[in-house]
Design a protein around this ligand. Structure first.
Ligand SMILES: [Ca+2]
Ligand SMILES: [Ca+2]
Ligand SMILES: [Ca+2]
Ligand SMILES: [Ca+2]
Length: 348
C-alpha cells in the first residue's frame, strides 16, 4: 500500500459522496479498507457544529472540552467524577488490516497505542459479535484520558453498512473522543477501525475502546414507512407522536404530513439523534402542504454542540404541513437513526 495523505480541508461534497460510495465497495475488499480509512482524514467530513453566534444566550455556551485536560471538565461545570482509566486488555499488533482484525470481547475496555514511523499512521482493526440484537454502544476514550490522540472510528457490519464517527457527546458535552449508540438489528460480526485523525503516532498517542449492548436511548410511537421519499408519499403524523426513522441510505429523504388544528399558539419540533449517539446530522424543513411553500427549516438546537433540530413555530390558524427530514451531509446507513417529535402547544 502506498502512503496516503489526509485530504485537504475543503473536500468537495461530490468527492465525499464518492468516498462513501467507494467505502461500501471497499468493505467487500479487505486490503483497501485501511486505505479508505486513511483517505477519510478529510476534516470537512465532520459535522459542522453550529456557530456560537447562533447560540441561545440563556444557556452556557462556553467552548466544550476537547483537549482531555482535566481542567477543562472543571470549566464546563461537569461535576461528575472522571471514569477510571480502566484497561481490561491490551491490543496485540499487528492488527492493521481486516485480515488481521483482532477479536475482542464486549463490555470490556481494550487499550492500545498509535505506534509506528508515522508515515502511514497506525490502524487498529477490532471485531466483535453481539449475543443479541438491540442497541450497540461503541466508544473511544483517548483525549478524555489525557491521550494526545484525536481518534476516529469506522464501524461496519457484515452487510456492508458502515459509518465514520470523528467526535461524540460525553457527559452531556461535545467530545473529540468518537462514540455512537446505534441499532444492531442483526446478529453477526461487527468491525471497528480505530485510527488517529491526523495519522499521528508515538508515545502518548493512546486509546481505549469498548463495545457494549445498551438500553434504547430513545422511545417512539411508530416507525417510518419507506418509501417516503417525496411529499406525495409522506407518512401521516399526529401531533404529540414520536416517529423513529433512519437515514437508511445516502441522500435518503423522509417526508411526514401533519394536520395543525385551530386553538394552538405554536408547534414544537424536536429531533433526537446526534445528542443521543446517532451519527446522523439531521435537518428538518417544513412546507405548507397545500401550496408547497417553504415555511422554515431547523438545523440544530440551542446550544453549541447540539446538532439536533429543536424549533418552535408560532401558528395563527389551522393548517397542514409536510415535514422533510434529511441529513445535512446526505450521509446514510443502517446506523443513522433519528426520532422526531411534533407537539402542539395550546393557546392560553
Ligand atoms: Ca496500535
Ligand atoms: Ca495497529
Ligand atoms: Ca428513512
Ligand atoms: Ca425515505
Amino acid at each position: 500500500m502506498s502512503p496516503l495523505s489526509p485530504l485537504p480541508l475543503h473536500v468537495p461534497r461530490l468527492l465525499r459522496r464518492a468516498l462513501r460510495s467507494a467505502l461500501r465497495s471497499a468493505l467487500r475488499s479487505a486490503p483497501t479498507v485501511a486505505a479508505l480509512l486513511l483517505l477519510s482524514g478529510c476534516q470537512s467530513c465532520r459535522p459542522q457544529l453550529p456557530s456560537s453566534d447562533d447560540a441561545d444566550t440563556r444557556v452556557d455556551t462556553s467552548p466544550p472540552p476537547d483537549s482531555g485536560d482535566s481542567a477543562d471538565s472543571a470549566d464546563s461545570g461537569d461535576t461528575s467524577p472522571p471514569l477510571p482509566p480502566r484497561c481490561d486488555h491490551m491490543e496485540v499488533e499487528s492488527n492493521n488490516s481486516l485480515d488481521l482484525s483482532e477479536p475482542i470481547t464486549m463490555e470490556e475496555w481494550w487499550c492500545g497505542g498509535f505506534a509506528g514511523d508515522g508515515a502511514l499512521g497506525d490502524t487498529e482493526f477490532l471485531n466483535f459479535s453481539p449475543l443479541q440484537t438491540g442497541w450497540l454502544s461503541v466508544a473511544v476514550e483517548a483525549s478524555s484520558r489525557g491521550s494526545l490522540a484525536d481518534a476516529q472510528i469506522l464501524l461496519s457490519d457484515d452487510n456492508g453498512h458502515a459509518v465514520f464517527v470523528y467526535d461524540g457527546v460525553s457527559s452531556g458535552a461535545a467530545s473529540s473522543d468518537p462514540s455512537m449508540v446505534v441499532p444492531a438489528d442483526q446478529l453477526g460480526n461487527y468491525t471497528v477501525v480505530v485510527a488517529e485523525t491526523g495519522y499521528l503516532t508515538g508515545e502518548g498517542y493512546d486509546w481505549a475502546f469498548m463495545a457494549s449492548l445498551v438500553k434504547p436511548p430513545v422511545v417512539w410511537d411508530f416507525q417510518e414507512t419507506e418509501d417516503n421519499d417525496s411529499s406525495a408519499e409522506a407518512n401521516a403524523f399526529e401531533l404529540g407522536e414520536v416517529v423513529f426513522g433512519k437515514m437508511d441510505r445516502t441522500a435518503d429523504r423522509d417526508w411526514y404530513r401533519v394536520v395543525v388544528p385551530d386553538g394552538l399558539q405554536s408547534v414544537h419540533f424536536n429531533v433526537e439523534a446526534y445528542g443521543s449517539g446517532s451519527p446522523a446530522n439531521i435537518q428538518i424543513t417544513v412546507y405548507d402542504a397545500a401550496t408547497g411553500a417553504r415555511k422554515f427549516a431547523s438545523y440544530h438546537g440551542v446550544i453549541d454542540y447540539d446538532l439536533d433540530p429543536d424549533y418552535e413555530q408560532k401558528v395563527t390558524a389551522a393548517t397542514e404541513w409536510t415535514v422533510l427530514v434529511e441529513d445535512e451531509f446526505d450521509s446514510g446507513s443502517a446506523f443513522n437513526w433519528y426520532t422526531l417529535k411534533i407537539v402542539g402547544v395550546p393557546a392560553e
